[in-house]
Design a binder for this molecule. Structure first.
Ligand code: G6P
Length: 507
Protein backbone atom coordinates (compact mmCIF):
# COMPACT_ATOMS: atom_id res chain seq x y z
CA UNK A 1 0.00 0.00 0.00
CA UNK A 2 2.86 2.41 0.85
CA UNK A 3 4.42 2.41 -2.63
CA UNK A 4 0.98 2.82 -4.12
CA UNK A 5 0.29 5.81 -1.93
CA UNK A 6 3.44 7.51 -3.03
CA UNK A 7 2.11 7.26 -6.58
CA UNK A 8 -1.02 9.26 -5.76
CA UNK A 9 -1.22 12.36 -7.89
CA UNK A 10 -0.74 14.91 -5.15
CA UNK A 11 -2.46 18.23 -5.08
CA UNK A 12 -5.60 17.74 -7.19
CA UNK A 13 -8.13 20.59 -6.90
CA UNK A 14 -11.09 18.38 -7.87
CA UNK A 15 -11.48 14.70 -7.07
CA UNK A 16 -14.28 12.32 -7.88
CA UNK A 17 -14.59 8.96 -6.13
CA UNK A 18 -16.65 5.96 -7.16
CA UNK A 19 -16.41 2.21 -6.96
CA UNK A 20 -16.61 1.68 -10.73
CA UNK A 21 -14.30 3.86 -12.77
CA UNK A 22 -14.58 5.06 -16.35
CA UNK A 23 -12.69 2.03 -17.68
CA UNK A 24 -12.06 -1.54 -16.65
CA UNK A 25 -9.44 -3.84 -18.08
CA UNK A 26 -9.70 -7.28 -19.61
CA UNK A 27 -6.60 -9.49 -19.27
CA UNK A 28 -5.90 -11.61 -22.36
CA UNK A 29 -4.12 -14.95 -22.12
CA UNK A 30 -0.99 -13.45 -23.67
CA UNK A 31 -0.93 -10.81 -20.92
CA UNK A 32 -2.34 -7.97 -23.03
CA UNK A 33 -4.64 -5.55 -21.23
CA UNK A 34 -7.63 -4.10 -23.07
CA UNK A 35 -9.47 -1.11 -21.65
CA UNK A 36 -13.28 -1.06 -21.88
CA UNK A 37 -15.65 1.78 -20.93
CA UNK A 38 -17.51 1.17 -17.64
CA UNK A 39 -21.33 0.85 -17.79
CA UNK A 40 -24.37 2.10 -15.85
CA UNK A 41 -25.93 5.43 -15.00
CA UNK A 42 -23.17 6.55 -12.66
CA UNK A 43 -20.43 6.23 -15.25
CA UNK A 44 -22.64 7.83 -17.95
CA UNK A 45 -23.18 10.86 -15.74
CA UNK A 46 -19.59 11.26 -14.67
CA UNK A 47 -18.14 10.69 -18.12
CA UNK A 48 -19.14 14.24 -18.86
CA UNK A 49 -16.46 15.61 -16.52
CA UNK A 50 -14.65 17.63 -19.13
CA UNK A 51 -10.84 17.89 -19.31
CA UNK A 52 -11.16 21.59 -18.35
CA UNK A 53 -12.04 20.49 -14.79
CA UNK A 54 -8.76 18.56 -14.55
CA UNK A 55 -10.37 16.26 -12.00
CA UNK A 56 -8.77 13.09 -10.71
CA UNK A 57 -11.21 10.18 -10.69
CA UNK A 58 -10.45 7.72 -7.89
CA UNK A 59 -11.97 4.26 -8.36
CA UNK A 60 -11.47 0.65 -7.31
CA UNK A 61 -9.90 -2.20 -9.25
CA UNK A 62 -12.83 -4.51 -9.94
CA UNK A 63 -11.28 -7.59 -11.47
CA UNK A 64 -7.99 -9.29 -12.30
CA UNK A 65 -7.43 -7.12 -15.40
CA UNK A 66 -7.79 -3.97 -13.30
CA UNK A 67 -5.43 -5.30 -10.64
CA UNK A 68 -2.84 -6.08 -13.27
CA UNK A 69 -3.24 -2.56 -14.70
CA UNK A 70 -2.62 -1.12 -11.22
CA UNK A 71 0.49 -3.28 -10.83
CA UNK A 72 1.86 -2.08 -14.15
CA UNK A 73 1.04 1.61 -13.72
CA UNK A 74 1.25 2.14 -9.95
CA UNK A 75 -2.46 2.98 -10.09
CA UNK A 76 -2.30 6.09 -12.28
CA UNK A 77 -3.90 4.88 -15.50
CA UNK A 78 -2.62 5.66 -18.98
CA UNK A 79 -4.51 8.69 -20.38
CA UNK A 80 -4.76 6.82 -23.70
CA UNK A 81 -6.94 4.22 -21.99
CA UNK A 82 -9.21 6.72 -20.25
CA UNK A 83 -9.91 9.25 -23.01
CA UNK A 84 -7.59 11.72 -21.29
CA UNK A 85 -9.35 11.52 -17.91
CA UNK A 86 -6.92 11.38 -14.96
CA UNK A 87 -7.77 8.17 -13.13
CA UNK A 88 -6.30 6.75 -9.96
CA UNK A 89 -7.29 3.10 -9.48
CA UNK A 90 -7.03 1.55 -6.02
CA UNK A 91 -6.00 -2.06 -5.61
CA UNK A 92 -7.97 -2.87 -2.49
CA UNK A 93 -7.42 -6.55 -1.53
CA UNK A 94 -9.77 -8.73 -3.59
CA UNK A 95 -11.48 -10.34 -0.59
CA UNK A 96 -12.10 -6.95 1.05
CA UNK A 97 -13.52 -5.58 -2.18
CA UNK A 98 -15.71 -8.63 -2.74
CA UNK A 99 -17.22 -8.43 0.75
CA UNK A 100 -17.77 -4.67 0.52
CA UNK A 101 -19.12 -4.66 -3.05
CA UNK A 102 -21.03 -7.94 -3.39
CA UNK A 103 -22.12 -8.57 0.17
CA UNK A 104 -22.75 -5.10 1.60
CA UNK A 105 -23.18 -2.64 -1.29
CA UNK A 106 -25.04 -4.90 -3.72
CA UNK A 107 -26.76 -7.37 -1.38
CA UNK A 108 -27.69 -5.07 1.50
CA UNK A 109 -27.58 -1.36 0.63
CA UNK A 110 -28.91 -1.80 -2.92
CA UNK A 111 -31.66 -4.07 -1.58
CA UNK A 112 -32.63 -1.61 1.15
CA UNK A 113 -32.80 1.42 -1.12
CA UNK A 114 -34.71 -0.47 -3.84
CA UNK A 115 -36.86 -2.34 -1.30
CA UNK A 116 -36.03 -5.74 -2.83
CA UNK A 117 -36.13 -8.06 0.17
CA UNK A 118 -38.57 -10.93 0.49
CA UNK A 119 -38.98 -10.07 4.15
CA UNK A 120 -40.26 -13.34 5.66
CA UNK A 121 -36.78 -14.80 5.18
CA UNK A 122 -34.46 -11.88 4.63
CA UNK A 123 -32.50 -9.85 5.53
CA UNK A 124 -30.66 -11.69 8.31
CA UNK A 125 -28.06 -9.55 10.03
CA UNK A 126 -25.89 -12.25 11.59
CA UNK A 127 -22.22 -12.61 12.53
CA UNK A 128 -21.25 -13.07 8.88
CA UNK A 129 -22.90 -9.76 8.06
CA UNK A 130 -20.74 -8.11 10.74
CA UNK A 131 -17.56 -9.50 9.15
CA UNK A 132 -18.68 -8.17 5.77
CA UNK A 133 -19.53 -4.82 7.30
CA UNK A 134 -15.99 -4.59 8.71
CA UNK A 135 -14.70 -5.10 5.14
CA UNK A 136 -17.02 -2.32 3.93
CA UNK A 137 -15.45 -0.01 6.53
CA UNK A 138 -11.93 -1.00 5.45
CA UNK A 139 -12.81 -0.42 1.80
CA UNK A 140 -14.30 3.02 2.57
CA UNK A 141 -11.21 3.88 4.65
CA UNK A 142 -8.95 2.98 1.70
CA UNK A 143 -10.81 5.54 -0.42
CA UNK A 144 -10.69 8.13 2.36
CA UNK A 145 -6.91 7.62 2.67
CA UNK A 146 -6.31 7.94 -1.05
CA UNK A 147 -8.48 11.07 -1.30
CA UNK A 148 -6.89 12.65 1.77
CA UNK A 149 -3.45 12.13 0.25
CA UNK A 150 -4.35 13.22 -3.25
CA UNK A 151 -6.26 16.42 -2.50
CA UNK A 152 -4.78 19.92 -2.58
CA UNK A 153 -5.64 22.20 0.39
CA UNK A 154 -9.31 23.18 0.24
CA UNK A 155 -9.94 20.88 -2.76
CA UNK A 156 -13.42 19.77 -3.81
CA UNK A 157 -14.15 16.04 -3.45
CA UNK A 158 -17.28 14.54 -4.99
CA UNK A 159 -18.01 11.09 -3.56
CA UNK A 160 -20.46 8.84 -5.41
CA UNK A 161 -23.08 6.40 -4.25
CA UNK A 162 -23.90 3.81 -1.60
CA UNK A 163 -20.60 1.97 -2.02
CA UNK A 164 -18.85 4.94 -0.42
CA UNK A 165 -21.40 6.15 2.14
CA UNK A 166 -18.82 6.27 4.94
CA UNK A 167 -16.19 8.18 2.96
CA UNK A 168 -17.43 11.74 3.59
CA UNK A 169 -17.30 11.31 7.38
CA UNK A 170 -13.94 9.53 7.29
CA UNK A 171 -12.47 12.13 4.94
CA UNK A 172 -13.67 15.03 7.07
CA UNK A 173 -11.82 13.55 10.05
CA UNK A 174 -8.64 13.21 8.01
CA UNK A 175 -8.90 16.49 6.09
CA UNK A 176 -11.30 19.05 7.64
CA UNK A 177 -10.12 21.63 5.09
CA UNK A 178 -11.75 19.86 2.14
CA UNK A 179 -15.11 20.61 0.59
CA UNK A 180 -16.93 17.31 0.35
CA UNK A 181 -20.07 16.30 -1.54
CA UNK A 182 -21.85 12.97 -1.69
CA UNK A 183 -24.18 11.95 -4.51
CA UNK A 184 -26.71 9.09 -4.33
CA UNK A 185 -27.45 7.65 -7.77
CA UNK A 186 -30.07 5.32 -6.26
CA UNK A 187 -33.36 5.96 -4.52
CA UNK A 188 -33.13 6.44 -0.77
CA UNK A 189 -35.23 4.04 1.32
CA UNK A 190 -38.27 5.23 3.27
CA UNK A 191 -37.50 5.53 6.99
CA UNK A 192 -39.51 2.43 8.00
CA UNK A 193 -37.67 0.28 5.49
CA UNK A 194 -34.23 1.73 6.33
CA UNK A 195 -35.01 0.92 9.97
CA UNK A 196 -34.56 -2.78 9.14
CA UNK A 197 -30.82 -2.19 9.29
CA UNK A 198 -29.23 -2.61 12.72
CA UNK A 199 -29.37 0.69 14.61
CA UNK A 200 -25.61 1.24 14.70
CA UNK A 201 -25.35 0.61 10.95
CA UNK A 202 -28.15 3.09 10.24
CA UNK A 203 -26.29 5.68 12.27
CA UNK A 204 -22.97 5.01 10.57
CA UNK A 205 -24.50 5.30 7.10
CA UNK A 206 -26.37 8.53 7.77
CA UNK A 207 -23.53 10.09 9.76
CA UNK A 208 -21.11 9.01 7.04
CA UNK A 209 -23.02 10.97 4.40
CA UNK A 210 -23.55 13.83 6.86
CA UNK A 211 -19.78 14.20 6.93
CA UNK A 212 -20.27 15.92 3.57
CA UNK A 213 -20.99 19.61 3.09
CA UNK A 214 -23.56 18.66 0.48
CA UNK A 215 -25.61 15.50 0.16
CA UNK A 216 -27.13 15.38 -3.29
CA UNK A 217 -29.90 13.23 -4.74
CA UNK A 218 -31.57 12.66 -8.09
CA UNK A 219 -35.06 13.66 -6.95
CA UNK A 220 -36.75 15.54 -4.16
CA UNK A 221 -38.43 12.31 -3.03
CA UNK A 222 -35.13 10.51 -2.38
CA UNK A 223 -33.73 13.61 -0.66
CA UNK A 224 -36.72 13.79 1.66
CA UNK A 225 -36.41 10.09 2.48
CA UNK A 226 -32.80 10.64 3.47
CA UNK A 227 -33.70 13.55 5.73
CA UNK A 228 -36.43 11.43 7.34
CA UNK A 229 -33.97 8.55 7.92
CA UNK A 230 -31.46 10.92 9.51
CA UNK A 231 -34.12 12.42 11.77
CA UNK A 232 -35.45 9.02 12.81
CA UNK A 233 -32.10 7.31 13.20
CA UNK A 234 -30.15 10.11 14.83
CA UNK A 235 -32.91 11.48 17.03
CA UNK A 236 -31.78 14.55 18.98
CA UNK A 237 -28.43 14.65 17.22
CA UNK A 238 -29.92 16.04 14.10
CA UNK A 239 -31.82 19.17 13.37
CA UNK A 240 -33.55 20.25 10.21
CA UNK A 241 -33.02 23.89 9.28
CA UNK A 242 -34.40 25.87 6.39
CA UNK A 243 -32.48 28.82 5.05
CA UNK A 244 -34.30 32.12 5.40
CA UNK A 245 -34.55 32.63 1.67
CA UNK A 246 -36.37 29.30 1.55
CA UNK A 247 -34.31 28.07 -1.41
CA UNK A 248 -36.27 25.14 -2.79
CA UNK A 249 -35.41 21.62 -1.78
CA UNK A 250 -32.71 22.64 0.66
CA UNK A 251 -32.73 21.51 4.25
CA UNK A 252 -29.76 21.26 6.50
CA UNK A 253 -29.00 18.63 9.05
CA UNK A 254 -26.89 19.45 12.05
CA UNK A 255 -25.59 16.50 14.01
CA UNK A 256 -24.86 18.34 17.30
CA UNK A 257 -21.79 16.26 17.92
CA UNK A 258 -20.02 17.79 14.97
CA UNK A 259 -21.86 21.11 14.76
CA UNK A 260 -21.64 20.70 11.03
CA UNK A 261 -24.22 21.58 8.43
CA UNK A 262 -24.93 19.38 5.45
CA UNK A 263 -26.96 21.00 2.71
CA UNK A 264 -29.32 18.73 0.87
CA UNK A 265 -29.57 19.19 -2.89
CA UNK A 266 -31.46 17.75 -5.84
CA UNK A 267 -29.78 17.35 -9.22
CA UNK A 268 -31.82 15.34 -11.73
CA UNK A 269 -29.30 13.97 -14.21
CA UNK A 270 -30.60 14.30 -17.78
CA UNK A 271 -29.80 12.68 -21.10
CA UNK A 272 -26.97 13.89 -23.30
CA UNK A 273 -28.94 14.79 -26.45
CA UNK A 274 -26.01 15.85 -28.61
CA UNK A 275 -24.01 12.72 -27.93
CA UNK A 276 -27.01 10.39 -28.33
CA UNK A 277 -28.30 11.89 -31.57
CA UNK A 278 -24.87 11.85 -33.18
CA UNK A 279 -24.02 8.35 -31.96
CA UNK A 280 -27.44 6.97 -33.00
CA UNK A 281 -26.88 7.95 -36.64
CA UNK A 282 -23.59 6.20 -37.21
CA UNK A 283 -23.36 3.32 -39.70
CA UNK A 284 -23.13 0.57 -37.05
CA UNK A 285 -26.53 1.66 -35.68
CA UNK A 286 -28.05 1.75 -39.18
CA UNK A 287 -26.78 -1.81 -39.73
CA UNK A 288 -28.39 -2.99 -36.51
CA UNK A 289 -31.65 -1.29 -37.45
CA UNK A 290 -31.75 -3.24 -40.69
CA UNK A 291 -31.09 -6.50 -38.82
CA UNK A 292 -33.77 -5.72 -36.23
CA UNK A 293 -36.31 -4.86 -38.95
CA UNK A 294 -35.73 -8.30 -40.43
CA UNK A 295 -36.21 -9.93 -37.05
CA UNK A 296 -39.38 -7.93 -36.41
CA UNK A 297 -40.77 -8.92 -39.81
CA UNK A 298 -44.30 -8.21 -41.07
CA UNK A 299 -45.30 -4.90 -42.65
CA UNK A 300 -46.13 -2.07 -40.24
CA UNK A 301 -45.58 -4.01 -37.03
CA UNK A 302 -45.37 -1.85 -33.93
CA UNK A 303 -42.55 -2.17 -31.40
CA UNK A 304 -42.49 -2.06 -27.63
CA UNK A 305 -38.88 -1.49 -26.57
CA UNK A 306 -37.15 -1.96 -23.24
CA UNK A 307 -33.41 -1.85 -22.56
CA UNK A 308 -32.07 -2.67 -19.11
CA UNK A 309 -29.34 -4.33 -17.19
CA UNK A 310 -30.85 -7.60 -15.94
CA UNK A 311 -31.31 -6.01 -12.58
CA UNK A 312 -33.86 -7.12 -9.99
CA UNK A 313 -35.20 -3.60 -9.58
CA UNK A 314 -35.93 -3.20 -13.31
CA UNK A 315 -38.98 -5.46 -13.12
CA UNK A 316 -38.37 -7.20 -16.43
CA UNK A 317 -40.39 -10.29 -15.52
CA UNK A 318 -43.56 -8.31 -14.71
CA UNK A 319 -42.97 -6.31 -17.89
CA UNK A 320 -43.07 -9.55 -19.88
CA UNK A 321 -46.14 -10.72 -17.97
CA UNK A 322 -47.86 -7.44 -18.82
CA UNK A 323 -47.07 -7.99 -22.50
CA UNK A 324 -48.47 -11.52 -22.23
CA UNK A 325 -51.61 -10.07 -20.64
CA UNK A 326 -51.90 -7.58 -23.49
CA UNK A 327 -51.82 -10.40 -26.05
CA UNK A 328 -54.45 -12.28 -24.05
CA UNK A 329 -56.79 -9.30 -23.47
CA UNK A 330 -56.34 -7.58 -26.82
CA UNK A 331 -56.03 -10.24 -29.51
CA UNK A 332 -56.09 -7.50 -32.16
CA UNK A 333 -52.41 -6.86 -31.37
CA UNK A 334 -51.30 -10.42 -32.13
CA UNK A 335 -49.01 -10.47 -35.19
CA UNK A 336 -49.10 -6.64 -35.16
CA UNK A 337 -46.62 -5.91 -32.37
CA UNK A 338 -43.18 -7.17 -31.31
CA UNK A 339 -41.62 -6.65 -27.90
CA UNK A 340 -37.88 -5.92 -28.17
CA UNK A 341 -36.56 -6.73 -24.72
CA UNK A 342 -32.84 -6.16 -24.23
CA UNK A 343 -31.69 -7.43 -20.85
CA UNK A 344 -27.94 -7.22 -20.44
CA UNK A 345 -26.02 -9.24 -17.85
CA UNK A 346 -25.40 -7.59 -14.49
CA UNK A 347 -23.88 -8.69 -11.16
CA UNK A 348 -23.66 -12.31 -12.23
CA UNK A 349 -21.52 -13.04 -9.15
CA UNK A 350 -24.75 -13.03 -7.15
CA UNK A 351 -26.94 -16.17 -7.35
CA UNK A 352 -30.16 -14.17 -7.08
CA UNK A 353 -29.21 -12.25 -10.25
CA UNK A 354 -28.40 -15.47 -12.13
CA UNK A 355 -31.77 -16.91 -11.10
CA UNK A 356 -33.55 -13.74 -12.17
CA UNK A 357 -31.82 -13.80 -15.57
CA UNK A 358 -33.00 -17.39 -16.05
CA UNK A 359 -36.56 -16.40 -15.13
CA UNK A 360 -36.54 -13.55 -17.68
CA UNK A 361 -35.51 -16.06 -20.34
CA UNK A 362 -38.09 -18.62 -19.24
CA UNK A 363 -41.00 -16.16 -19.36
CA UNK A 364 -39.94 -14.76 -22.76
CA UNK A 365 -39.79 -18.30 -24.17
CA UNK A 366 -43.17 -19.16 -22.66
CA UNK A 367 -44.77 -16.16 -24.40
CA UNK A 368 -43.18 -17.09 -27.72
CA UNK A 369 -44.34 -20.71 -27.32
CA UNK A 370 -47.89 -19.65 -26.43
CA UNK A 371 -48.48 -16.98 -29.08
CA UNK A 372 -45.73 -17.24 -31.72
CA UNK A 373 -46.65 -18.17 -35.29
CA UNK A 374 -44.62 -19.13 -38.36
CA UNK A 375 -44.16 -15.47 -39.32
CA UNK A 376 -44.21 -13.76 -35.93
CA UNK A 377 -42.05 -14.02 -32.82
CA UNK A 378 -43.80 -11.93 -30.14
CA UNK A 379 -40.72 -11.32 -27.93
CA UNK A 380 -37.23 -10.69 -29.23
CA UNK A 381 -35.04 -11.06 -26.15
CA UNK A 382 -31.38 -10.09 -26.50
CA UNK A 383 -29.00 -10.61 -23.61
CA UNK A 384 -25.65 -9.65 -25.13
CA UNK A 385 -24.69 -6.07 -24.35
CA UNK A 386 -24.49 -4.06 -27.57
CA UNK A 387 -24.79 -0.28 -27.30
CA UNK A 388 -25.25 0.24 -31.05
CA UNK A 389 -28.14 -2.25 -31.08
CA UNK A 390 -29.73 -0.51 -28.08
CA UNK A 391 -29.65 2.77 -29.99
CA UNK A 392 -31.12 1.02 -33.03
CA UNK A 393 -34.01 -0.21 -30.87
CA UNK A 394 -34.45 3.30 -29.42
CA UNK A 395 -34.82 4.66 -32.95
CA UNK A 396 -37.39 2.01 -33.87
CA UNK A 397 -39.44 2.35 -30.67
CA UNK A 398 -43.16 3.08 -30.97
CA UNK A 399 -43.60 2.40 -27.27
CA UNK A 400 -40.93 2.49 -24.56
CA UNK A 401 -41.57 0.33 -21.50
CA UNK A 402 -39.79 1.47 -18.33
CA UNK A 403 -41.47 -0.16 -15.35
CA UNK A 404 -38.95 -0.49 -12.50
CA UNK A 405 -39.99 -1.47 -9.00
CA UNK A 406 -37.88 1.47 -7.90
CA UNK A 407 -35.12 3.37 -9.66
CA UNK A 408 -32.92 6.34 -8.76
CA UNK A 409 -33.59 8.01 -12.12
CA UNK A 410 -33.63 5.62 -15.12
CA UNK A 411 -31.81 7.22 -18.02
CA UNK A 412 -33.37 4.87 -20.60
CA UNK A 413 -36.71 6.61 -19.99
CA UNK A 414 -34.99 9.86 -20.92
CA UNK A 415 -32.93 8.54 -23.81
CA UNK A 416 -35.59 6.76 -25.91
CA UNK A 417 -37.79 9.84 -26.53
CA UNK A 418 -34.67 11.79 -27.55
CA UNK A 419 -33.60 9.21 -30.12
CA UNK A 420 -36.80 7.55 -31.44
CA UNK A 421 -37.27 8.31 -35.14
CA UNK A 422 -41.04 8.55 -35.33
CA UNK A 423 -41.76 9.47 -31.69
CA UNK A 424 -42.65 7.03 -28.94
CA UNK A 425 -45.20 6.75 -26.18
CA UNK A 426 -43.56 6.18 -22.80
CA UNK A 427 -45.07 3.71 -20.32
CA UNK A 428 -43.36 4.72 -17.10
CA UNK A 429 -43.37 3.41 -13.55
CA UNK A 430 -44.33 5.97 -10.96
CA UNK A 431 -41.46 4.57 -8.85
CA UNK A 432 -38.73 5.67 -11.28
CA UNK A 433 -36.99 8.91 -10.35
CA UNK A 434 -37.52 10.05 -13.95
CA UNK A 435 -41.26 10.09 -13.25
CA UNK A 436 -40.84 13.33 -11.28
CA UNK A 437 -39.81 15.10 -14.51
CA UNK A 438 -41.48 13.01 -17.24
CA UNK A 439 -44.67 11.76 -15.58
CA UNK A 440 -46.89 14.51 -17.03
CA UNK A 441 -46.16 13.37 -20.60
CA UNK A 442 -45.97 9.60 -20.00
CA UNK A 443 -48.49 6.83 -19.30
CA UNK A 444 -47.95 6.15 -15.63
CA UNK A 445 -48.05 2.62 -14.21
CA UNK A 446 -47.88 0.95 -10.83
CA UNK A 447 -45.01 -1.50 -11.45
CA UNK A 448 -46.68 -4.32 -9.51
CA UNK A 449 -49.94 -4.04 -11.45
CA UNK A 450 -49.52 -6.32 -14.46
CA UNK A 451 -53.10 -5.85 -15.69
CA UNK A 452 -52.79 -2.08 -15.38
CA UNK A 453 -49.47 -2.15 -17.25
CA UNK A 454 -51.05 -4.24 -20.03
CA UNK A 455 -53.78 -1.59 -20.35
CA UNK A 456 -51.18 1.18 -20.50
CA UNK A 457 -49.35 -0.73 -23.26
CA UNK A 458 -52.60 -0.94 -25.21
CA UNK A 459 -53.21 2.77 -24.77
CA UNK A 460 -49.66 3.55 -25.82
CA UNK A 461 -49.92 1.37 -28.94
CA UNK A 462 -53.25 2.96 -29.83
CA UNK A 463 -52.15 6.57 -29.38
CA UNK A 464 -52.65 8.63 -32.54
CA UNK A 465 -49.57 9.88 -34.32
CA UNK A 466 -50.16 13.55 -33.57
CA UNK A 467 -50.44 13.07 -29.84
CA UNK A 468 -47.51 10.70 -29.77
CA UNK A 469 -45.31 13.20 -31.60
CA UNK A 470 -46.38 16.06 -29.31
CA UNK A 471 -45.75 14.02 -26.20
CA UNK A 472 -42.36 12.87 -27.49
CA UNK A 473 -41.33 16.46 -27.99
CA UNK A 474 -42.28 17.35 -24.43
CA UNK A 475 -40.59 14.22 -23.07
CA UNK A 476 -37.38 14.97 -24.96
CA UNK A 477 -37.35 18.57 -23.71
CA UNK A 478 -37.81 17.49 -20.08
CA UNK A 479 -35.31 14.63 -20.48
CA UNK A 480 -32.51 16.87 -21.68
CA UNK A 481 -33.09 19.80 -19.30
CA UNK A 482 -29.97 19.01 -17.27
CA UNK A 483 -27.31 17.40 -19.48
CA UNK A 484 -24.50 15.50 -17.71
CA UNK A 485 -21.84 18.19 -18.06
CA UNK A 486 -24.06 20.82 -16.43
CA UNK A 487 -25.27 18.31 -13.84
CA UNK A 488 -21.67 17.83 -12.74
CA UNK A 489 -20.55 21.45 -12.99
CA UNK A 490 -23.58 22.72 -11.02
CA UNK A 491 -22.62 20.44 -8.16
CA UNK A 492 -19.00 21.47 -8.33
CA UNK A 493 -19.81 25.19 -8.32
CA UNK A 494 -22.24 24.77 -5.45
CA UNK A 495 -19.67 22.86 -3.46
CA UNK A 496 -17.10 25.58 -4.02
CA UNK A 497 -19.59 28.20 -2.94
CA UNK A 498 -19.76 29.69 -6.41
CA UNK A 499 -22.93 30.89 -8.04
CA UNK A 500 -24.39 28.02 -10.02
CA UNK A 501 -25.35 30.20 -13.02
CA UNK A 502 -22.52 32.67 -13.28
CA UNK A 503 -19.65 30.61 -11.92
CA UNK A 504 -18.60 33.41 -9.57
CA UNK A 505 -18.06 33.39 -5.85
CA UNK A 506 -20.48 35.44 -3.76
CA UNK A 507 -18.84 38.46 -2.07
C1 G6P B 1 -26.26 1.94 -11.79
C2 G6P B 1 -26.80 2.74 -10.65
C3 G6P B 1 -25.68 3.29 -9.83
C4 G6P B 1 -24.69 2.23 -9.43
C5 G6P B 1 -24.26 1.42 -10.59
C6 G6P B 1 -23.48 0.26 -10.09
O1 G6P B 1 -25.59 2.78 -12.65
O2 G6P B 1 -27.59 3.80 -11.14
O3 G6P B 1 -26.26 3.81 -8.67
O4 G6P B 1 -23.56 2.80 -8.83
O5 G6P B 1 -25.40 0.95 -11.28
O6 G6P B 1 -23.44 -0.74 -11.00
P1 G6P B 1 -22.28 -1.78 -10.94
O7 G6P B 1 -22.43 -2.55 -12.21
O8 G6P B 1 -21.03 -0.99 -10.87
O9 G6P B 1 -22.52 -2.62 -9.72
Amino acid sequence: MVSERSAVQAGAEVLVASNRGPVSYGLEEDGTLTAKRGGGGLVSGLSAIGPETDAVWVCAALGEGDREAVRRTGGVLEPGDTGGQRVRMLDIPAEVHAAAYNSIANSVLWFVHHMLYQTPLEPVFDAEFRTQWAAYETYNAAFADALAEGAAPGAAVLVQDYHLALVPGMLRERRPDLRIAHFSHTPWAPAEYFAMLPDDIQRKLTLGILGADRANFLTRRWAENFVACAETGLGGQCERVRPEDGAPGIVALVPERKAHTTWIGVHGLGADARFLRERAHRPDVEERMAALRTEIGGPGRRTIVRVDRTELSKNIVRGLLAYQQLLADRPEWRERVVHLAFAYPSRQDLAVYRDYTAEVQRVAEAINAEYGTAGWQPVLLHVKDDFARSLAAYRLADVALVNPIRDGMNLVAKEIPVVSDAGCALVLSREAGAHEELGAHALTVNPYDVVGTAEALHEALSMDDGERAARTERLAAAATALPPARWFLDQLRELRGEDAQEGTRPA
